[in-house]
Design a protein around this ligand. Structure first.
Ligand code: GDP
Ligand code: MG
Length: 914
């Protein structure tokens, strides 16, 4: 029991009286602990940040859609240019000449040709010929043509370049301007054909239809873009645009229909309820691109070109829903980009089930039905899938749709598996009048033919269409063109595109109003709450990091070599006290027994004969222990711990205090550097203090300095001792403590003899009280010793370095001081300067350049206040962008409406561009 009282500066402060067993060991775990902190930064799972969207409580039903939308007139223009581009020989390749033709063609279309579409391609071809003849006449009017045109109509970019490239080449040679445009135009035309799933391009579509289709795709694309943008705002009910929702019983062919539309097998397959979450599918037509790929925007997996990989991912995401839950309304978002898909927004839902399986929750049927109900609300379009081989009266899809759309205004009926029933029966189903749908029924055969299974992964559209055509054309009586029945996937695609465009356009106005209102609220909040202060995740991180580095710099200036020295000296002072306590002052009170009389009591030291090895050995052993206690490790540990503590303190007062992941990154940064340098530094220090292990020369001035220093150290120890005693008195009560201490004193002198076991108390005192009494006696003894040694140090004897054996405290202090100076020399270079140099760089690496955009985003979102501000700003920006896009569409439509009104008044050609 070697008693020591004061803990070192780095150890926890003195808390209770009985801390006389303390030996100083800096907290190792704060250094070693950092070694495990080397995981990736900010690695929260991506899913937790996925924006959850709420579902719209729709406002605009499809019956708001005008029967013929005025926007259609404007569509004609660009597509005609395409048509022209495919017939270069006819047009002499003159840009302006070509445009005259387009304008003329447009005029005709605007006045008379709306009905012509019905007459089919043959008549359209003739009309086209005549139009061209007329076009020559119009050629003369070219002067004003293009200028006026481009003001009045929003012309696609490629067409602008086509016409603006060589405006001066009136009637001259066509040149590359026209040629380039033609090429692009032809490419776009081919893409349109592909998107509609029509083989062989435009042969089966009338010019007008093509024009309409083409422009329609542009508008739908823009509206889907807007819809996608709105989805990212985390919108409320009215802040969205409608989508097409696919419902149907299990195995009715929902997935097959969607795959036929996309042209790839990509949906989860299997009998065991593989669709457990809504799949929000956004199809994006990319006419210029060759590659087809999918993206899960919320997962950040990047472009996936392998559709079987998409299928696996979807399966995983679905099966991740626990079996006891079975379905959830948390949607999976998937976008597919391809030149072969139309611009569409579709939602695949879990199939209705008739009976609940053994291992499925009882309420599953209801859960699926509720989930579907949520999605089939207006203004969404319902794609109700029923299989031909199941009686339509039993179709769950139609029953559900009838509940929310009793007049059948926004439901498209799809009858799958037409090949499985007798053709006449098929006709009966398609002409069913029990539940008439304004958008009609379409019969399809979506089974993917077997042979394509060998070429898995490729586009299956043409295989499906061929297979389907083979079936329908083998029954011309039932399904031929004259029957006017809607059959085939291309028809269905087309219907989906037209319908979606219409509902989206009809919802646009109210969505816009909702956006304006939301934007006003966001702007107000931004102004009032945040004083319009701009902020981004990047700027927030950069500012936080700068502030932190600034504070670190300030600390660096306040903790240099002198500070390290005094810190280290304090640590060694404590070690010296430990040694003195162990070898000189020790008065253990291990049990309640009589004390033996010491042969060489400390009181006798001033008078001791230094030829007596008892005292010389005591000091030599103490000195040796001090120099060999592992100063290298001790000193390095002390400095490293202090650095780490200071870094932690800086974190606590910085903005990083609320960011767990950044804190970890900073602690990792300091931990890594300190760990890296730890062993080499402590080895270096240990090597350099080696000479002191053998010989120590002391100068007079060193002795004087040590004498003064150790006097202060002992004085402080005495103070701590008195304080501890006082605390003990306060805790036990002065009187009670006195009683028990005097009892213990008597036992130790032998006045009272205790027999047997005293673990449960003795002399009327409890074991606990006896223990505290022992502590009090120890503290009194220690105080007496300290006072005695303080006097000795002040004595004349101890002013002389020759009397080191009489004054061991001073000699040990001098040794500690020498060790400190040497250690500091190396610590300063090896550890401190190195740390100060590398730490800010390491921070930059881990919190600056090293972070991805998503990680910075996640970082900023960790602080709820910052997240809120960023959300408001982002929402505002996003809504502004969306509004701008909607205004663009509105301008286009508004112009078209004005033109249409003029036309209605009978002013023929009023909407004409001339
Ligand atoms: P879902 O559960 O509604 O998604 O249905 P699936 O699309 O998975 O189709 C169920 C089964 O019906 C699959 O084995 C398909 O191959 C098959 N199937 C789908 N459409 C047709 C079709 O038009 N004709 C035939 N004969 N089988 C089809
Ligand atoms: Mg399915």
């Amino acid at each position: 029991m070697n008693g020591r009282l004061i803990s070192a500066r780095l150890a926890p402060p003195l808390r209770q009286a009985a801390r006389h067993l303390h030996t100083h060991t800096p907290n190792v775990s704060s250094i070693t602990g950092t070694r495990s902190l080397s995981h990736g930064l900010l690695s929260r799972p991506a899913q937790t940040l996925r924006i959850r969207r709420r579902w719209p409580s729709g406002a605009n039903a499809i019956h708001n859609v005008p029967a013929v939308r005025s926007i259609s007139f404007v569509r004609i223009l660009p597509r005609l240019a395409l048509k022209m581009a495919r017939l270069p020989a006819l047009f002499g390749a003159s840009c302006l000449g070509a445009f005259a033709y387009v304008q003329y063609h447009a005029t005709q279309a605007g006045t008379a040709a709306m009905e012509a579409a019905k007459r089919g391609w043959d008549s359209a071809k003739d009309v086209g010929g005549q139009w061209f003849e007329g076009g020559k006449g119009v050629f003369a009017q070219m002067g004003t043509g293009w200028e006026r045109t481009k003001e009045q109509v929003e012309v696609p970019e490629w067409m602008r370049t086509m016409f603006e490239a060589k405006p001066e080449s009136e009637g001259g040679s066509g040149g590359e301007g026209g040629g380039g445009g033609q090429k692009e135009a032809a490419a776009a035309a081919a893409a349109t054909g592909a998107a509609f799933g029509i083989e062989g391009g435009d042969e089966e579509r009338s010019g007008q239809q093509i024009a309409r289709d083409d422009q329609m795709m542009m508008l739908t694309k823009k509206m889907i873009e807007i819809r996608t943008l709105l989805n990212t705002v985390g919108q409320s009910g009215a802040l969205t645009l409608p989508s097409i929702v696919v419902i149907g019983s299990q195995s009715s062919g929902k997935s097959s229909v969607l795959e036929a539309i996309v042209g790839h097998e990509f949906l989860p397959k299997g009998s065991n309820m593989v669709t457990r979450r809504p799949i929000e599918l956004t199809l994006v037509n990319t006419p210029e691109a060759k590659a087809e790929y999918g993206e899960f925007p919320a997962l950040g997996l990047g472009k996936i070109t392998d559709f079987s990989q998409i299928q696996r991912t979807l399966t995983d995401l679905n099966l991740a829903v626990p079996a006891e839950q079975c379905v959830t309304d948390d949607p999976i978002q998937l976008s597919i980009y391809s030149p072969n898909v139309p611009d569409l927004s579709l939602i695949d839902l879990p199939g209705y089930i008739q009976v609940v399986g053994k291992d499925q929750p009882l309420e599953l049927k209801q859960k699926i039905s509720d989930l579907c109900d949520k999605y089939i609300q207006p203004p969404n379009v319902i794609l109700a899938i029923s299989a031909a081989d199941v009686d339509l009266a039993n179709s769950t899809a139609l029953r559900a749709s009838r509940r929310v759309d009793p007049r059948g205004e926004r439901t498209i009926g799809v009858i799958t598996k037409m090949d499985l029933v007798d053709p006449d029966r098929g006709v009966d189903i398609l002409t069913d009048r029990k539940y008439p749908l304004r958008l009609g029924y379409v019969g399809v055969v979506c089974k993917i033919p077997q042979q394509t299974l060998f070429s898995r992964g490729g586009n299956v559209t043409s295989a499906i269409v061929k297979n389907e055509n083979a079936f329908f054309s083998s029954h011309p009586m039932q399904f031929g063109p004259e029957t006017e029945l809607n059959v085939g996937t291309p028809k269905l695609r087309k219907k989906l595109m037209t319908t979606l465009e219409q509902v989206m356009a009809a919802s646009l106005a109210s969505t816009r109003d909702a956006i304006v209102q939301e934007l006003e609220e966001a702007s107000y909040e931004f102004k009032v709450q945040y004083n319009e202060r701009a902020l981004s995740a990047e700027s927030y991180l950069a500012e936080s990091l700068d502030a932190f580095k600034h504070n670190f710099k300030a600390f660096q200036e306040s903790f240099g070599r002198p500070e390290v020295r005094s810190m280290l000296k304090e640590v060694l002072d404590q070690k010296v006290l430990d040694l003195l306590a162990k070898r000189y002052w020790n008065k253990p009170i291990e049990d309640l027994s009589t004390i033996e009389v010491e042969s060489n009591p400390l009181e006798k030291l001033p008078k001791a004969d230094t030829s007596d090895p008892y005292w010389t050995r005591k000091l030599d052993a103490s000195t040796s222990e001090l120099t060999k206690l592992g100063i290298g490790r001790l000193a390095t540990m002390a400095v490293a711990t202090e650095l780490q503590n200071q870094v932690n303190r800086l974190i606590d007062v910085s903005t990083f205090a609320t960011h767990q992941s950044a804190q970890k990154a900073i602690k990792d940064a300091s931990g890594t550097i300190l760990n890296d340098r730890f062993y080499s530094t402590s080895d270096q220090v240990e090597n350099c203090i080696k000479p002191y292990k053998f010989e120590i020369d002391v100068e007079d001035n060193e002795w004087a300095k040590g004498r003064e220093n150790v006097h202060n150290v002992l004085k402080n120890e005495l103070k701590a001792c008195d304080l501890a005693k006082k605390q003990l008195e306060d805790a036990v009560g002065k009187r009670k403590l006195k009683d028990v201490t005097s009892f213990i004193e008597r036992v130790r002198k032998g006045d009272v003899v205790l027999g047997g076991d005293v673990s449960s108390g003795a002399g009327g005192f409890s074991a606990d009280l006896l223990e505290r009494g022992r502590q009090a006696v120890f503290l009194s003894d220690r105080a007496a010793i300290l006072k005695m040694r303080l006097l000795a140090i002040k004595s004349k004897q101890c002013s002389n370095k020759a009397n080191k054996y009489h004054c061991p405290e001073i000699f040990l202090d001098v040794v500690a001081d020498k060790l400190t100076s040497t250690a500091v020399l190396f610590l300063n270079v090896e550890l401190l300067s190195d740390f100060y140099y590398n730490f800010p760089r390491e921070l930059d690496l881990r919190l600056g350049k090293g972070l991805s955009e998503a990680e910075i985003e996640r970082f900023a979102s960790e602080d709820p206040k910052v997240k809120r501000q960023l959300d408001v700003i982002r929402k505002k920006d996003m809504l502004e962008l969306v509004l701008q896009k909607i205004e663009g569409l509105r301008a286009l439509e508004g112009r078209a409406k004005r033109e249409a009104r003029g036309e209605e008044k009978g002013a023929k050609g009023r909407w004409s561009l001339f």
